[in-house]
Design a binder for this molecule. Structure first.
Ligand SMILES: *[C@@H]1O[C@H](CO)[C@@H](O)[C@H](O)[C@H]1NC(C)=O
Ligand SMILES: *[C@@H]1O[C@H](CO)[C@@H](O)[C@H](O)[C@H]1NC(C)=O
Ligand SMILES: *[C@@H]1O[C@H](CO)[C@@H](O)[C@H](O)[C@H]1NC(C)=O
Ligand SMILES: *[C@@H]1O[C@H](CO)[C@@H](O)[C@H](O)[C@H]1NC(C)=O
Ligand SMILES: *[C@@H]1O[C@H](CO)[C@@H](O)[C@H](O)[C@H]1NC(C)=O
Ligand SMILES: *[C@@H]1O[C@H](CO)[C@@H](O)[C@H](O)[C@H]1NC(C)=O
Ligand SMILES: *[C@@H]1O[C@H](CO)[C@@H](O)[C@H](O)[C@H]1NC(C)=O
Length: 713
């Protein structure tokens, strides 16, 4: 056996240089105190390591000393929570390697010969330094979802998970924790050995077993043996024309590459390190000009991941996947022994993005056109229930669903025929925190933009020969789309006469104890906007918002009077300052509750609320891209009426002002969402300053400014 192992190593050594040429290690460090983030990828594995250190003035019950390693494969990870032995704050940090100066290195051990798990044991290693003697009091090993349940679920721990953790000595003076997943096959390990004369790691037994470290530096390794994902390198993520982006924006490019794999794009890290339908399709639409097309490219990874996960029975597109240890855990709770992945189908907006993206690629792109037949003939493999079903069949299910649910409104334009979030849910689209829609049930974006755009796309796809069982859609989908485009806006329209609007804004400034100016002098006439949703009675929820961007980006509407008025009010809200409009020095707020005339409602849209008076990067991107698309229509044949009206220059002015605020906030743009404090103007502040929820340091749809630039319109 020994000689066999030697031969294997020689063989591996011969192969190694060949692999290394294609993918040298990629490293990225991003700081967001109290979190220090390190990304490491190579051909073997991709890891995100986050270190949280306590400072002398830290609140040790809210800032926990922690080493967390997150892996895209299986949405899995290892978290180690530490406490200072003397109960004070615990300072810890990663050290540079003494040999090559790098912080992280790859770990890659072949599977034990003859073991039931044939995957190599992979991960990262590095040096962790403790400023005072420390106890590793809590290891959480397995799924990122399990770690999130603990970190943001108020300390929820599953006994089944924790009781399976084994604590052992590692080598002569080290210690380790490991846990075998519920699949009985995969294991996650985290081990430590002293370096540079640090004390031996000691196992402390008792109610719960802990590891004890002295002051000093220890080598840690975090590893697991789950099937790896194939990461797309920066050059593989971008199309040929955009290869220069990797040099111009190395950090954003490394972030994008970290979230991009051959069979899916991931939403963010570390908290959402897996497939999310809306995030990936929306990002693909915004970044389409730069993403790679063709077999093995980013666009096909996105579309393929979505098709694989469709509910074959009713055509619903998957919002979030459950896989790895968490999928087995969920099945186990239902009394089922299964490792099969599953999906969450609660969102109502995600279905529409699919035909829109498919039309963009398979109809509008030459590469896509050439790939359609081969790609759509592929058979699904990811969900057991879809195994063997052709992608084309799954895509058609979703289109059928859209045709069915949009038919009632196409025939009778009443609020009760609009699309509403599921009765058993309080969320259903991107504003998916409990008060994101202000208690409404009928979302503005879905009804006025996504549904008609989805229908237009189905009509185009059908005309191009897709959905041959439904050739009638070439006409019906367009007919439905016309009605959804022209007849939905009015349900959401809110018009507040000038003096009433001024009163509401003054009242809001006082209710919210807003430190900034009321800007009421900017209210020159009746304020008109489209509410974020309709309530159960079909009345608009009077929250001004940025969701106009969906209509601007996804539709070229043709009702001229409506289009001019719509663009005029969008431009007004960008040109006017919060709380009259949406504009601030830190960006456009995604919601402005100043016109609700209801303190308990406006209070749900604070600067600490996820969908409150805060700024989202991708909403700025989509607004910029949407305005550019509308303005570009003025140069095309058959320019809309607004191009010859006063509103044209107003839209141009709004476009310029929007880019002013985007450029002023470059430092924030790759974050998902940010908040503010008022100090001689609005100043950007991480949302985490007001909320205990950590944010993702990298987020797919916040990388869209790689593709969105100010255009000459
Ligand atoms: C420290 O954090 C805890 C938990 O978040 C909180 O309850 C407590 O009020 C904080 N203490 C101080 C002094 O801020
Ligand atoms: C590691 O090296 C970097 C770059 O050389 C340096 O800025 C950093 O301070 C070093 N870190 C530690 C903990 O010494
Ligand atoms: C893992 O092993 C346990 C104990 O033998 C068994 O009950 C369980 O069904 C197994 N789980 C899976 C997913 O095979
Ligand atoms: C992109 O470049 C590669 C390598 O230079 C080439 O093989 C490929 O055909 C190009 N693709 C397109 C769409 O131009
Ligand atoms: C798929 O759709 C069918 C029909 O609506 C439903 O009964 C089923 O629960 C859905 N599957 C999942 C996993 O939600
Ligand atoms: C004000 O808003 C709250 C919270 O959304 C709601 O329960 C209440 O009915 C509203 N009041 C009025 C008068 O609309
Ligand atoms: C709308 O028109 C603009 C400008 O001609 C174009 O770039 C965009 O793709 C069109 N959008 C749709 C949905 O057709």
């Amino acid at each position: 056996m020994a000689s066999f192992a030697v031969i294997w190593y020689l063989f591996a050594a011969c192969l190694a240089p060949a692999l290394a040429v294609d993918c040298p290690a990629s490293r990225l460090q991003l700081s967001e105190p109290p979190y220090e983030n390190y990304f490491f990828s190579d051909c073997i594995t991709s890891s995100h390591v986050i270190v949280t250190s306590q400072e002398a003035d830290s609140n040790t019950s809210s800032v926990k000393a922690r080493l967390l390693v997150a892996w895209p494969a299986g949405n899995s990870g290892a978290a180690a929570y530490f406490e200072a032995e003397n109960n004070g704050p615990l300072g810890l940090h990663l050290e540079n390697s003494t040999s090559n100066g790098e912080v992280l290195e790859t770990v890659n051990e072949p599977a034990v010969d003859g073991a039931s798990n044939e995957n190599p044991r992979v991960g990262v290693k590095g040096l962790i330094h403790f400023d005072t003697p420390a106890l590793l009091t809590l290891p959480i090993l397995g799924s990122i979802r399990t770690i999130r349940d603990y970190s943001e679920g108020g300390g929820i721990l599953s006994l089944d998970v924790q009781n399976a953790v084994v604590t052992e000595k590692y080598g002569s003076d080290g210690g380790q924790f490991y846990r075998t997943w519920f699949d009985n096959v995969t294991t996650t390990w985290i081990d430590f050995v002293p370096t540079a004369g640090a004390e031996a790691v000691r196992i402390v037994t008792g109610d719960k077993w802990m590891l004890r470290f002295g002051t000093g530096t220890y080598e840690f390794r975090a590893t697991f043996n789950y099937p790896p994902l194939v990461q797309l390198s920066p050059s593989e993520v971008f199309n040929n024309a955009s290869q220069g982006l990797a040099r111009e924006n190395p950090d954003l490019t490394k972030s994008l590459s970290f979230l991009s794999y051959s069979n899916k794009l991931l939403a963010g890290s570390w908290r959402f390190l897996t497939y999310f339908g809306r995030d990936s399709m929306l990002s693909a639409l915004l970044m389409e000009p730069v993403l790679s097309q063709g077999e093995g490219g980013a666009i096909e990874a996105v579309i393929g991941a979505v098709l694989e996960r469709i509910n074959k029975t009713d055509g619903t597109v998957c919002h979030e996947e459950n896989l790895g240890d968490y999928a087995t855990f969920l099945a186990r709770q239902e009394g089922i022994s299964s490792t099969a992945p599953s999906c969450d189908y609660k969102m109502i907006d995600t279905d529409f993005f699919l035909p829109i993206l498919m039309k963009d690629y398979f109809v509008d792109s030459n590469t896509g056109k050439g790939r359609a037949a081969q790609f759509l003939n592929k058979k699904a493999t990811f969900l057991d229930e879809n195994a063997g079903i052709a992608y084309s069949t799954l895509a058609q299910r979703t289109a059928e669903k859209i045709m069915i649910i949009t038919a009632p409104f196409a025939s009778e334009q009443v609020a009760s025929n609009l699309l509403r979030i599921r009765d058993d849910q309080s969320v259903g689209e991107w504003r998916d925190s409990n008060s994101g829609l202000g208690g409404g049930r009928i979302p503005y974006d879905v009804n006025t933009a996504l549904a008609p755009a989805g229908l237009r796309a189905i009509a185009s796809l059908t005309k191009a020969g897709f959905f041959p069982d439904h050739s009638d859609w070439a006409e019906t989908a367009d007919m439905y789309a016309q009605t959804w485009e022209d007849e939905t806006l009015q349900f959401f329209q809110v018009s507040v006469p000038r003096s009433e609007a001024q009163q509401h804004v003054q009242q809001y400034v006082s209710d919210a104890a807003l430190a900034g100016p009321s800007n009421v002098d900017q209210i020159e006439s009746t304020m008109t906007f489209y509410g974020v949703s309709l309530d159960a009675n079909g009345e608009p929820v009077r929250i001004m918002n940025t969701d106009d961007c969906f209509r601007l980006f996804l539709l070229n509407t043709t009702n001229q009077e409506q289009l001019s008025a719509f663009l005029a009010q969008t431009a007004d809200h960008i040109l006017r300052d919060f709380p009259v409009g949406l504009h601030t020095d830190v960006g456009l707020f995604v919601a402005n509750p100043a016109y609700t005339g209801n303190k308990s409602l406006s209070n749900q849209f604070k600067n600490s609320d996820y969908h409150g008076t805060v700024v989202w990067s991708w909403q700025l991107a989509m607004m910029a891209a949407g305005l550019a698309r509308q303005l570009a229509r003025c140069r095309a044949y058959g320019a809309p009426d607004f191009c010859k009206q006063d509103v044209y220059s107003k839209v141009q002015e709004a476009y310029g002002k929007l880019w002013g605020t985007i450029n002023a906030n470059r430092a924030q743009l790759s974050g998902e969402v940010w908040s503010w404090r008022y100090d001689n103007g609005y100043q950007p502040v991480p949302l985490s300053a007001f909320s205990t929820t950590e944010s993702d340091i990298i987020q797919l749809w916040s990388l869209t400014f790689l593709a969105i630039h100010r255009e000459d319109v």
